[in-house]
Write a protein that binds this ligand. Structure first.
Ligand SMILES: [Mn+2]
Length: 306
């Protein structure tokens, strides 16, 4: 695999500083080395630089940093479209607002290639607010709604050239949903696997169900991995901790299944806030999870029980 590492040091989608240090922390934790040790070719394309923001305001007075997010979204979408032509782009956040850009760029590329884009959104939150429904005003809560063409983004964020079909989206690990988002998710037909579903059925069954659909439609699959999917006890370096998250093994199993599927074509790693980390252990865990997604096994395949 030819991996392309692309940094998107965005933190204005949140209400605290730190996420802009995420790309450097993931690099320092050895992301490149981990992927190279698995036999992949790794190219680090550096960090995306946005154009200067253009002033714009929104009637929802809660909305924060809209001009900066619009500038970042345009720059990230362009970089994602370009990177999506070959190899496997890995986008390092940055807060989850970066995925407004990665989804827009990758869906445009998928449309050009004549393939449907599936999205596995691994997160404590669905990030399915619109500019009108957000009450926090933090725009890391809107990227999935934006890329799926929910109303109210036109004129504020760059137009999405190829909208993502929400029926090709699965949110996994959800445990904090606002009422407006819940209604919108149901209306849009997003497949939603909350923590309760993971407890009841096991994470493997849920993931396989979604992968089967992507396989049937010959889809490309983008994985957007938010640190807060994990339980804060194992991944403390995130500003939006929610108790009751995925365990270390559930997260690795998810990555192993995704690797085995051979369907994943791009990845976001988002919301790592190194200022909140405990001696770099969350950064190291995210690099380990990337290792599992790219083929690391506990034992060699031949040594495993069938
Ligand atoms: Mn998120």
């Amino acid at each position: 695999m030819h991996c392309k590492i692309i940094g998107a040091p965005v933190e204005v989608g949140t209400d605290r500083i730190g996420c802009a240090l995420g790309p450097q922390a993931l690099r320092a934790a050895g992301l490149r080395e981990a992927l190279e040790a698995l036999g992949h070719v790794v190219e680090d394309l550096g960090d995306i630089v946005p154009d200067a923001p253009v002033p714009v305001s929104h009637p929802n007075a809660a909305v924060r940093h809209l001009p900066a997010i619009a500038a970042w979204t345009a720059a990230i979408a362009e970089a994602s479209f370009r990177a999506g032509d070959s190899g496997f782009p890995i986008f390092l956040g940055g807060d989850h607002s970066i995925s407004a850009g990665t989804l827009a760029g990758l869906s445009r590329r998928a449309a050009e290639r004549g393939r449907p884009l599936f999205v596995l959104w691994i997160d404590a939150h669905p990030d399915f607010h619109t500019l009108d429904t957000t009450t926090s005003g933090n725009l890391h809560g809107v990227p999935l709604a934006y890329a799926c063409g929910r109303p109210g983004f036109a004129g504020y964020l760059p137009p999405v050239e190829a909208l993502i079909d929400p029926k090709r989206v699965c949110t996994l690990g959800i445990r904090s949903v606002d009422p407006a988002e819940q209604a919108a998710l149901a209306d849009a037909g997003v497949m939603t696997c909350d923590m309760s579903a993971i407890d009841r059925h096991g994470i493997a069954v849920l993931i396989e169900r979604f992968l089967e659909r992507a396989r049937r439609e010959n889809g490309l699959l983008h994985v957007s991995l938010d640190v807060d999917f994990l339980d804060p006890a194992v991944a403390p370096a995130v500003g939006t901790t929610v108790p009751g998250g995925a365990t270390f093994r559930e997260a690795h199993l998810a990555m192993e299944l995704l690797h085995e599927s051979n369907l994943v074509t791009s990845l976001d790693i988002v919301e790592l806030n190194p200022l909140l980390d405990d001696q770099g252990r969350t950064a190291a865990l995210m690099v380990d999870l990337a290792g599992s997604l790219f083929g690391r096994r506990i034992l060699g395949r031949a040594a495993q029980a069938a």
